[in-house]
Ligand binder design. Structure first.
Ligand SMILES: Cc1cc2nc3c(=O)[nH]c(=O)nc-3n(C[C@H](O)[C@H](O)[C@H](O)COP(=O)(O)OP(=O)(O)OC[C@H]3O[C@@H](n4cnc5c(N)ncnc54)[C@H](O)[C@@H]3O)c2cc1C
Length: 392
């Protein structure tokens, strides 16, 4: 039975493990975090195409059971004018729309499935070196342990060690100039937003929210900020974020200021990076998957879904082709055009979010967007994003 070492227990890692296990591989999963920490984070949009991959794994219904169905995005100006409604899924098929879930829930659904399949997970296993010998590859971990297999699949995210081993000259992620700061709230009297997320192009920044049936608000803001280091972001207390965000969004339409007055629990703050073009995706018996080779900014809500598609595609290639190098080349051929197009699209959306940097730009955007979005709910031009299906 061929053996795969999978590095990273985020989204791509568990999904790749499940698909390969199903294809008859002996799979082991290694994650650098300690077990409880793996459940951190806020929430994310799992798009229709990602849900289709989860469906193939038999996990869609469980994930959706604790999600906010969100086939529509409603866009608002900073003056409270509705700019339009955009489908968050294939146009005209709201039943196949995307869903917003807590990140911890997505991780749990995937992890439970990995455990149920009997795939071993090693926590606190930080990859810090890779060695190849004829017919084998060895992962070396920071604690001195190691593991060997026929292939090593790097699902180790945007800071990937695997990407750098494949090509020491590989590009580093590019900072987009914005942060994502968000959390949860409960606002007395605020009604649920079934089937919708609301997106507000505020005068001094972008703000998104949804209200679940039980009343919990999921919210995020995208302040512009020069690049800083990650630990500095983590050290900012919640009260300081709230002071800053309340000042920036005080003029936004209701309920934005009310949401910021009723925040509960943790506030997460992340610099937004992307990775548009990585020249080499594989080397010998080693290949990289998901954010490790093509991180997209969250503006299109597609990063996790692309990682899921990668997982299904790579497993299919390894099932069809015994030689790893040939399978990896085929995986890259199938995936590169799509993922690079989505990263570029998400960058474009990000520039629109930042477009309100002057009064003139804001006024132009508020006039132009309703024209562009007039027929958006029937516009099928983005269907290629959502209706994509991994080739069998
Ligand atoms: C603020 C924010 C909001 C986002 N919102 C969305 C959204 O709404 N929709 C969406 O689809 N995407 C969103 N994304 C992007 C999405 O999170 C990623 O695209 C997705 O998680 C990629 O999955 P992955 O498995 O490739 O990487 P990750 O989920 O990052 O998983 C990588 C895993 O590898 C582990 N790891 C790292 N290095 C090592 C190592 N050396 N050894 C062992 N393990 C290691 C990490 O601990 C991690 O568990 C968002 C991202 C951010 C930052």
């Amino acid at each position: 039975m061929p053996e795969a070492l999978i590095i990273g227990g985020g989204v791509a890692g568990p999904a790749t493990a499940l698909f390969l296990h199903r294809a008859g591989w002996d799979v082991r999963l290694f994650e650098s975090r300690g077990e409880p920490e793996a459940y951190g984070g806020l929430f994310l949009n799992v798009a229709s195409n990602g849900l289709a991959v989860l469906e193939a794994l038999g996990l869609r219904d469980r994930l959706v059971a604790d999600g906010h169905l969100s086939p529509y995005l409603e866009m608002w100006s900073g003056r409270g004018r509705k700019l339009g409604t955009v489908p968050n899924g294939p146009a005209g098929a709201p039943e196949r729309g995307s869903v917003v879930v807590r990140r911890a829930w997505l991780h749990q659904v995937l992890r439970d499935a990995v455990e149920a399949a009997g795939i071993p997970i090693t926590w606190n296993a930080r990859l810090d070196g890779i060695e190849e010998s004829p017919g084998r590859v060895t992962a070396r971990f920071a604690d001195g342990s190691s593991a060997s297999g026929d292939v090593l699949i790097g699902c180790d995210g945007i800071g990937s060690v695997t990407r750098r081993w494949i090509d020491p000259g590989a590009p580093e992620p590019a900072y987009t100039g914005i942060l994502s700061v968000g959390g949860f709230a409960r606002v007395p009297g605020l009604q649920p937003t079934p089937l919708r997320q609301h997106m507000v192009f505020g005068d001094r920044g972008f703000f998104g929210y949804l209200v679940r049936d039980g009343g919990t608000v999921y919210w995020f803001a995208n302040p512009s900020r020069p690049e800083g280091d990650r630990s500095a972001l983590r050290d900012v207390p919640a009260s300081a974020w709230l002071d800053e965000l309340r000042a920036a969004h005080s003029g936004d339409p209701d309920p934005v200021p009310r949401i910021l007055d009723h925040v509960e629990g943790e506030i997460g703050a992340y610099g937004i990076f992307d990775l548009a073009h990585v020249p080499r995706w594989h080397r010998g018996r080693v290949v990289a998957v998901g954010d490790a080779v093509h991180a997209t900014s969250p503006n299109a809500g597609q990063g996790a879904s692309l990682a899921l598609e990668d997982a299904a595609t790579l497993a299919g290639c390894l099932r069809r082709e015994a030689d790893p190098g040939t399978a990896f080349a085929e995986y890259e051929r199938l995936r590169r055009p799509r993922v690079e197009a989505v990263v570029a699209y998400a960058r474009k959306l990000g520039r629109q979010k930042q477009g309100g940097s002057s009064r003139f730009a804001t006024a132009v955007r508020d006039v132009m967007l309703p024209i562009f979005l007039r027929n958006a709910t029937r516009d099928t031009r983005n269907n290629h994003l959502y209706a994509y299906r991994v080739p069998e």
